[in-house]
Design a protein around this ligand. Structure first.
Ligand SMILES: [Zn+2]
Ligand SMILES: [Zn+2]
Length: 267
């Protein structure tokens, strides 16, 4: 795809997301009165554009590079047996396995300091809406998208067949960040909802709700939380870079090294 096509696709995507989410946020708002151009919207827009124009292709390249190694690990006979199953069963296995991996992978992102260094970029958003969903360090994306696709790679399930599921996960990830409250009732226990993920973005680093679609894994492993109130504040307790470039660069270095580098840049 050349750059002009990429630019066109990015423009269409942002128009589509605006058409879907802006009316929903206006009609069913979680935080009433939150403006479209709320503070720090521009940093989130940079993350959106960066993801579409710069990092998206690079992330896919890294993943396909590693998939060759996986090909060598999994015996071909095992894949043939997996692929001999009915399609629906395969799809179900991939969804459950991905959910399981994302859940534990996400808990590790919060527990292991090295992973948190990248994941805290996502959590540094102080205002949540559909645009804030895109605030993610590219290496954090490699990690998450890798986990989502790993079972499909390993089981030898053709990615094209799963494209629908993967696209649905993507749009759902945006929805759970949106400033929306739909009266879903108990249905949210099955398909997830923004209020659950908004609690995940509470200032507390261990706030729970680590699943990205169905909260079943959270319920199963005891991290499900759904208070009737709204979180008071979103974000992180640590001091962190506010600019787009700062947020991209800071996680690449240990804190002390980054501090020294900044002093050199500013001197
Ligand atoms: Zn998180
Ligand atoms: Zn989030």
């Amino acid at each position: 795809m050349d750059f002009l096509q990429l630019l066109g696709a990015t423009g269409l995507s942002i128009l589509f997301l605006i058409a879907v989410f802006v009316p929903m946020e206006k009609v069913f708002p979680a935080k009433r009165g939150q403006k479209i151009f709320r503070p720090h919207w521009f940093v989130d827009l940079c993350f959106f554009l960066g993801q579409y124009l710069l990092w998206g292709g690079a992330v896919l390249w890294v993943l396909s590079y590693f998939s060759h190694y996986l090909d060598m690990i999994v015996p071909a006979g095992f894949r043939v047996a997996v692929q001999a199953q009915p399609w629906l069963l395969q799809a179900l296995e991939v969804i459950v396995l991905s959910d399981f991996l994302i859940y534990w992978g996400h808990r590790l992102q919060h527990r292991v300091d090295f992973l948190w260094r990248f994941h805290k970029v996502h959590h540094s958003a102080e205002h949540l809406d559909w645009l804030a969903a895109h605030r993610e360090h590219p290496l954090d994306s490699v990690y998450t998208i890798g986990l989502i696709n790993l079972p499909a790679f390993v089981l030898g399930f053709p990615l094209e067949t799963l494209a629908g599921v993967i696209a649905f996960r993507g749009i759902w990830a945006i929805y759970i960040h949106s400033n929306v409250r739909l009266p879903l009732g108990p249905l949210r226990m099955l398909i997830g909802a923004p209020e659950l993920h908004h609690w995940h973005h509470d200032l507390d680093r261990d706030a729970g709700n680590y699943a990205n679609i169905s909260p079943l894994m959270d319920i199963l492993f005891g991290t499900y939380t759904c208070p009737d109130t709204e979180p008071e504040r979103f974000g992180i307790k640590e001091n962190f870079e506010k600019s787009y470039v700062g947020q991209l660069l800071a996680p690449l270095f240990p804190k002390k090294v980054w501090k020294k580098l900044k002093r050199i840049i500013h001197s």
